[in-house]
Design a binder for this molecule. Sequence first.
Ligand code: M6R
Length: 611
Amino acid sequence: MCGIVGAVAQRDVAPILLEGLSRLEYRGYDSCGICTISNGSLRCIKTTQKVRVLMDMVRDEGCPGKTGIAHTRWATHGVPTATNAHPHIVGTLSMVHNGIIENFAQMKETLVKEGYAFKSQTDTEVLLAQIHFLHVKKGLPLKEAFATALRGVKGSYALALIDSEDPDTIYAARYGSPLVIGLGIEENFVASDVLALLPVTRRFIYLDEGEIAVLTTKSVRIYSLDLVEHHHEICESDLDAESISKGKYRHFMQKEIFEQPEALKNTAMGRLGADNADLSSITGFDPKLLEKTDCIKIVACGTSYHAGLVGKYWLEELAGISTSVEIASEYRYRRAVVKDNTLFITISQSGETADTLACLRLAKKQGYSASLCICNAGSSSLVRESDFAMLTRAGAEIGVASTKAFTTQLLSLLLITLYLGRTRKTISAEEGRKIVNAIKALPDAAREVLSGDEKIKELAGRFADKHNCLFLGRGIMYPIALEGALKLKEISYIHAEGYAAGELKHGPIALIDETMPVVVVAPDNALLSKLESNIEEVRARGGRLYVFSQEGSNAFKDDRQTNIIKLPAADPVLQPILFTLPLQQLAYHCAVINGTDVDQPRNLAKSVTVE
Ligand code: M6R
């Protein structure tokens, strides 16, 4: 979603702001802009093109100034045009915004009566006019006008505001959208994400909900919306500027696919005993609380939701714990019945997904025994607000399509299952040892599966011109089929749907003909013979099958209608993780062949920070 960068320094800030924006490009955007204060007036440049075009415009047109703000916009109110792009300007004020001002229409009505006219269709310009009204027409100092306007806002925001009449200050605030303050030497910064500021600092302050920050070159002061001063700890980031380089790869997604063996190794590091998982690295870890868990509710969005679905199979089958999984945007708007001793788990790569975060806040009022998040971003809102946090340690994931975040979420869920199963004695010591050994072997097994990339590329060549595709799986491989379909559609724009194979004859089989590719995720497991019958139903109707099977399996035969892709045999508990990998590769190669923007597919944002 939208990206914000701001800087107040003793040097020209445009290069810092533009570098920051290019580091936020992965979040997804449709327009961008920059505004600096130069000789007491605002200098603003905006475009509906990429950040590199904005860089050229800044180079050609000039954008000097030691204080400035910049933005990548993902449209919510108003189409993507240069006028709707941020920064917005009202009088001497300029502002950038991430979030949605839900009551902007009422605000606008009042402001129009006060004589304000609006250039854009955005909620942001309305909020800025409100701040301007309170400052200029009501005479409040800018900090008070800012706080007063924000107290009247319904919705979410991360904001950075400058005033050409107060050229050495940036005002920032957050509620419901992420914002971090970066601390330099005689210069200070604000951004949506630490990644944007890594070239200039590694010292950060994470603003809490409903806080305002006032930044100058000399100081950073933080206040509540009632202007009571708050004091924060300074956090040192262990990420370095290289975290967001593609290295030898053509795309971030490709790099992140191949980083999975290492990422999985990191997820498991220090978390395995002889026959059990060691969860003491979970922040706030409380074994007693976890042990008395009778039920689990998992809530997440998108790929993270699919991880939750896999987790349900493991938690019920191996640990015997009743588990239900819900899409966050649904859960937050229904009445839930919570049984005693139910643990609430959220799963998120970013830890800033608005719906997931809203569910966590709701769950705190609903009588859950505790909240645990499985998250990749250690300093995210989700981690800070959950009772316990298990970090997936996948490293920065920049490609919009989630890959290593997903497989490390799966491994985290497997570790939790192992721990709960051992504690509840549904997993014996011997079974525990077997799972531990399988997890130790996982990075190498993943590496071996990924080495089949050329074969998958060739397969993608036969696939990429298709317009529709079905993905089938059964049991624990059903969510993997859902994830395979999501990956393919989001980056290659081929319409793909995942189905539980047993559901085929209840409707989707009507779609099968010789033009419809059907991808089947078919490792050797207890449901294989059932799956074979489903596959026969497709064959009988002329469907084209692409079956992901495993070495040693006699279940399928290559023929005119059926392509078999064999994965190395591995412990069955690893199948959901290992069978995900070629599906990611398939989606990646189809996208490359189709010439789409692999890392920033159209209309998508990496971190969905608005509802
Ligand atoms: O950061 P989160 O894991 O909470 O994000 C949830 C979804 O937005 C995300 O998984 C999305 O579905 C990805 N684009 C999938 O590749």
